[in-house]
Design a protein around this ligand. Structure first.
Ligand SMILES: Cc1cc2nc3c(=O)[nH]c(=O)nc-3n(C[C@H](O)[C@H](O)[C@H](O)COP(=O)(O)OP(=O)(O)OC[C@H]3O[C@@H](n4cnc5c(N)ncnc54)[C@H](O)[C@@H]3O)c2cc1C
Length: 378
């Protein structure tokens, strides 16, 4: 008999939330991670991630988001009482700007209306008056919601790992999983540090899914995405008490960004949503070219001209994208997978942990996950 009931492969955003959930339920869990806790070589680093509720990607995500907010708060409380005060989720308000028929504006509004989420619709003049860092053209409109903000990815991963370890999870780092095979009793996971057996395995390998889950039959694209920190020419003050935002131009190019959270010299973060170039996850190019910086500065200048100063920092990261940009979640026999989070998964991290733990322990979940079935690509 193996000593572990469940093995979790990959302890990034999703895997760390899953081991936390399993350990809290008293499951004997082994977590295996190739790199270090909360590392910067995958998809869950860069200090901040937008979290919002009026979800333009699809209103079907809204109930998951509402549950995620509860779990973010629950994790903050659990960790604060265990280790001292910690900030994982910060509400700043969120502004979604674009032409009236853009995905960003029309999609956010549709989700807010469908789920009766508190929101305001602002014309361009109202946006300029209330949020003076933005200079939308007269043909742009905005949705503002108060219950948006940002979460901290590295602190979240570390928090979930700490809580899992407190509750008895066996977490091992610097261990690379080589392959996973089914056995009569469950699964065998072969690693660079020996083989492990358990009744069930959860596989959450982020951008390494195309290699480790090659049989899945989902055409995943691994995309390099750069996070930029600009030093605003007139200082960060206008960006301190500032909403998170997504801005889409008529050309379709979406950027999103954050308030100043890294101090007066830390710069203010902004990034393109999508439009990344393909990468091998083991050969992520960390050099950001002048052309890339210029493209971003021009895009920022079109929407927030007071931000477009020198760049103080750039950090690449990876998206793992499905053809329809919806997630992949499924249990099949003794294997549960969670991957293809398509550049918008972090805000869901605690609820994905809950779902993957539900599937691993009971075979089903009360959450609605029909949208994520990989058989849609068959
Ligand atoms: C630039 C950028 C900005 C983003 N912005 C947002 C945002 O604002 N809001 C939002 O909601 N989402 C955002 N996302 C997306 C979100 O961060 C990802 O969807 C999420 O982090 C994915 O988590 P994951 O657990 O799938 O991957 P990861 O966190 O990368 O975890 C996968 C883990 O598996 C490990 N692993 C892989 N293979 C093996 C193996 N063989 N053996 C052992 N371990 C292995 C890896 O080392 C890694 O630690 C952004 C992503 C990027 C890159």
């Amino acid at each position: 008999m193996s000593t572990h009931e469940v093995i979790v492969v990959g302890l990034g955003g999703m895997g760390s939330a899953t081991v936390r959930q399993l350990a809290a339920r008293g499951v004997r869990v082994l977590g295996l991670e190739r790199f270090t806790p909360a590392h910067d070589r995958g998809s869950s680093h860069g200090g901040s991630r937008v979290i919002r509720q009026s979800y333009f990607e699809d209103p079907a995500y809204v109930p998951l988001l509402l549950r995620a907010y509860e779990l973010w708060e629950e994790a903050e409380k659990a960790l604060t009482s265990y280790r001292g005060s910690v900030d994982l989720l910060t509400l700043t308000g969120g502004l979604y700007l674009g032409p009236p028929d853009s995905t960003t504006f029309a999609g956010s509004l549709a989700a807010a209306r469908e789920w009766d989420l508190p929101h305001e619709v602002l014309d361009a003049a109202a946006v300029r008056a209330r949020f003076p860092t933005f200079t939308p053209g007269d043909d742009e409109v905005g949705v503002y919601e108060e219950r948006a903000g940002f979460v901290r990815p590295e602190a979240t991963v570390a928090a979930h790992l700490d809580l899992a370890a407190r509750d008895g999870a066996d977490l091992r780092f610097g261990v690379q999983v080589l392959d996973i095979t089914e056995t009569a009793e469950g699964v065998r996971v072969r690693t660079t540090d020996g083989s492990f057996e358990a009744g069930h395995v959860v596989v959450s390998p982020g951008s390494w899914a195309p290699g480790l889950l090659a049989d899945l039959g989902v055409p995943l694209r691994v995309e390099r995405q750069v996070q930029y920190w600009f030093a605003p020419p007139r200082g960060v003050a206008p960006f301190v008490d500032h909403p998170v935002y997504v801005s889409e131009l008529a050309s379709g190019a979406q950027i999103y960004g954050f308030p100043s959270i890294d101090g007066p010299d830390g710069g203010v973060k902004v990034a393109f949503f999508r439009r990344g170039r393909d990468t091998d996850p083991d050969a992520l190019d960390r050099v950001v070219t002048d052309d890339e910086i210029t493209e971003m500065r021009d895009r920022v200048a079109a929407t927030l001209p007071g931000l477009a100063g020198p760049v103080v920092k750039t950090v690449p990261c990876m998206y793992t994208t499905t053809p329809d940009e919806h997630f992949v979640i499924r249990r099949e026999a003794n294997v549960t997978i969670g991957c293809g989070f398509s550049g918008h998964g972090f805000k869901f991290v605690p609820v994905i942990g809950e779902i993957l733990a539900d599937l691993a322990t009971t075979g089903s979940t009360a959450h609605s996950i029909a949208l994520f079935d990989p058989r849609r690509f068959a």
